[in-house]
Design a protein around this ligand. Structure first.
Ligand code: GUN
Length: 295
């Protein structure tokens, strides 16, 4: 029987733990504060940012959403980052990506105080992850790790194949699962758009993690019998039968792949909810570190 790994189930466990930590912080007069900066009016970003704010409030954290116009200059954005770096009520913040054309994302990320970098995008935080001594973990890779760990999936010595090499998902997920520790210790291979005979690698995966941004790219013939498949893709495809003319699918051809797997994440409802959850976990951690209050 294939097990469905659902983000709402795994995140519910983590949220319950976070609520206790938040309550303890608040009992010591520390309210964890998370700010999100949104530049411009990208529709997907607006939805993500709204969800992040709502989740903060649901958990009893302070939420600050800063909307800046699409024609914001680099200097204006850098000034906002500096202001948030210096605001003691804000323990963590992020600048939602992508930024409008003309703004330098790398410069913005590097300007964020690493102690407030709850996305874990700053080179210093990614470097700490690389050497196995992280303060924060990037949200989606951390979410994948928690899904594997809390679903009782053995990772020690397993062949993990990561499809995709983005800085947000592919590369940090590979580095994380390579580390020593529970839910890690894997033999990791990263494949990408320039890999020759990519299916030769995916077919050897005990755990296949796909973050390539191509709808239903992984087909049943590319997956080993009994593999665990984690699908990070969220692609909107046209669907005339759907009320709004489209629907979300992953990077994995779920309907045809699922029966071959021992466990799989659906889209939507799989990895998606984990990303916000692990962002909240980073915000709580930032508040604990800054205040020295830890339950
Ligand atoms: N855009 C898409 N995902 C993310 C994320 O996790 N953080 C930020 N800052 N921007 C994003």
């Amino acid at each position: 029987m294939t097990k469905l790994i659902l983000g709402k189930d795994v995140s519910a466990e983590i949220y319950a733990e976070l609520r206790e930590r938040i309550e303890y912080l608040k009992s010591k007069n520390v309210t964890p504060g998370l700010a999100v900066v949104l530049v411009g009016d990208d529709p997907a970003s607006q939805i993500y940012v709204r969800k992040k704010g709502e989740m903060c409030e649901e958990l009893g954290m302070k939420s600050l959403i800063i909307r800046m116009p699409a024609d914001t200059t680099q200097d204006e954005l850098m000034a906002k980052v500096k202001e948030l770096n210096e605001d003691p009520a804000i323990h963590g913040f992020l600048v939602q990506l992508p930024l409008p054309k003309g703004l330098d994302e790398d410069a913005v990320i590097e300007a964020i105080d690493p102690a407030k970098d709850v996305d874990c995008f700053h080179p210093s935080n990614l470097g700490r992850l690389m050497i196995g001594n992280p303060d924060f973990l990037p949200a989606t890779p951390a979410g994948i790790h928690q899904m594997l760990l809390r679903s009782g999936i053995e990772t020690d010595g397993k062949n993990v194949v990561v499809v995709g090499r983005s800085n947000i998902v592919g590369k940090p997920t590979a580095v994380l699962l390579l580390q020593k520790g529970m839910g890690m210790d894997s033999t990791v291979t990263v494949v990408h758009s320039h890999t020759k005979n990519l299916e030769d690698f995916t077919r050897r995966a005990d755990i296949l993690i796909v973050a390539i941004g191509k709808p239903r790219f992984i087909t049943a013939d590319m997956v080993k019998e009994g593999a665990v498949v984690i699908d990070v893709g969220t692609n909107r495809i046209e669907d005339p039968t759907s009320p709004n003319g489209g629907r979300l699918v992953g990077d994995v051809d779920f309907d045809n792949v699922k029966d071959k797997t021992s466990a799989i994440t659906p889209v939507p409802g799989g990895v998606g909810p984990m990303t916000i959850c692990m962002l909240m976990a980073n915000a709580v951690k930032a508040a604990e570190k800054a205040s020295g209050v830890k339950s």
